[in-house]
Design a protein around this ligand. Structure first.
Ligand code: AMP
Ligand code: MG
Length: 415
């Protein structure tokens, strides 16, 4: 009997986790960086470790509105003489002496010689005569110079994405500009003769091109630079020109549509001639067909045309690539377990990313329900959702009340 493979056997589907590993092997972090002014740094990725050139805080200062004094003077009783004031931005300029105190405000420098602050609620004031209730310890309510970070200490590491907190940290150390990795440039276009841009009339059989807008949204959230090349008609020379233009101007080229079997002729033909392309059938729903390749110096990702499929494959496969290219560490999704409300239909065979709404019930339990119809063309299911309900490859129908795995939408998909 012949040992030849059965030519009619269905090719096995690739698990999405395996696809991610294979894809990540294909890209490297961009090794270019640039300086940007701090107000333009949000979302960018630090290209180098950053040390503080100053102590944080830069001087001893008060954590409270109250009175600064010498703790050792409490051995002489609780009575002090008020000799001045230290306000934020206006330090006390006199001399600290025994049994004296100064009025001090939050953030104001603790004058040299004083070491402790008592909050004003625990102080009795009668003109210049002040009675201070003893605080717990020497140094109470004083934020010490350098207690957070010493001069020269590291405050942020290379590969950190600059969010709101990092903007503030950078300002705290006085960084007016910062070295970040160059933004990844992504050019994208839609393919399909049925697609019309918004703003035009639809003839029978036509639909509006929605993928370009959801892809633009995803790319903006991924903090990359994007180039929208529009809808490209199903014509080999138009597609060739689009690919050449895209690859000359971008690090990554993304298309949507035309990667299903039989449908892919032009994309395949052009990329075979101009670069390279592999078609994958992924064990993921929505989003089975996916193409990956290269053209010039750019990597190519071909997303399926169905609107939900293109978003899911972008999120699961393209976003990790962009992160790696930007110099970011890989994000391991934070998976939760939640109680399913309602029954779920599923055939074993593919990992499913059903769109769900995650919430907490009155008992504080985490619950999830699906957002109605789960067709791969039903983009409103993405819009209504705040999470994916992830159902394993071999799982079948899942009854109400089961514990299911949920991946809350992160910064790329959430508002
Ligand atoms: P395809 O992957 O080209 O076979 O397309 C699969 C389905 O997605 C078809 O129903 C297409 O009409 C639809 N589709 C493809 N591209 C887009 C797009 N850019 N916007 C909205 N729907 C699309
Ligand atoms: Mg098509």
């Amino acid at each position: 009997m012949s040992m030849q493979a059965d030519p009619c056997a269905k090719p096995s589907l690739m698990h999405p986790d395996e696809a991610i590993i294979k894809l990540l092997e294909q890209v490297r972090p961009l090794d270019e960086s640039e300086m940007v002014q701090l107000p333009h740094a949000l979302g960018r990725v630090l290209a180098e470790d950053l040390a503080s050139s100053i102590d944080l805080p830069p001087f001893d200062n008060s954590a409270m509105d109250g009175y600064a004094f010498r703790f050792e003077d409490l051995t002489q009783g609780n009575r002090f003489t008020l000799i001045g004031q230290s306000f934020a931005g206006h330090p006390f300029e006199g001399e600290a002496g025994a049994n004296t105190c100064v009025r001090i405000m939050t953030g104001a420098p603790v004058p040299p010689g004083y070491d402790t602050v008592q909050m004003q609620e625990k102080v009795e004031v009668d003109g210049d005569n002040i009675v201070i209730e003893a605080p717990k310890a020497l140094g109470a309510n004083v934020r010490r110079r350098g207690e957070e970070v010493k001069m020269g200490g590291k405050v942020l590491c290379a590969g950190t994405q600059i969010g709101a907190a990092e903007m503030g940290v950078l300002a705290t150390i006085g960084a007016s500009q910062v070295r970040v990795t160059r933004q990844v440039k992504v050019a994208f276009f839609s393919t399909g003769d049925e697609l019309r841009p918004v703003g035009s009339e639809l003839a029978p059989g036509q639909i509006y091109d929605s993928n370009r807008y959801s892809i633009q949204g995803l790319l903006s959230r991924a903090n990359v630079e994007w180039i929208d090349l529009g809808v490209i008609e199903d014509d080999p020379e138009a597609i060739r020109a689009a690919f050449r233009n895209a690859s000359a101007n971008a690090d990554m080229v993304i298309t949507s549509g035309g990667v299903s079997v039989g449908d892919a002729d032009f994309t395949k033909q052009i990329l075979d001639e101009e670069g390279e392309i592999t078609f994958w059938k992924l064990a993921i729903k929505p989003g089975k067909p996916f193409a990956f390749g290269r053209i010039g110096d750019a990597v190519f990702c071909g997303l399926p045309g169905n609107p939900v499929s293109s978003m899911v494959t972008f999120y699961k496969l393209v976003w990790p690539l962009l992160n790696k290219m930007q110099g970011l560490p890989q994000v391991k999704p934070l998976l939760l377990r939640a109680k399913l409300k309602g029954n779920l239909r599923k055939f074993p065979g593919r990992v499913e990313y059903q769109r769900g709404v995650l919430s907490q019930n009155a008992q504080g339990e985490t619950e999830v329900s699906v957002t109605g119809g789960q067709g791969s063309g039903m983009l409103t299911s993405m819009s209504l959702a705040n999470c994916f309900i992830i159902l394993a490859q071999e799982q079948g129908d899942t009854p109400d009340g089961s514990l299911v795995t949920v991946e809350p939408f992160n910064s790329v998909l959430a508002l």
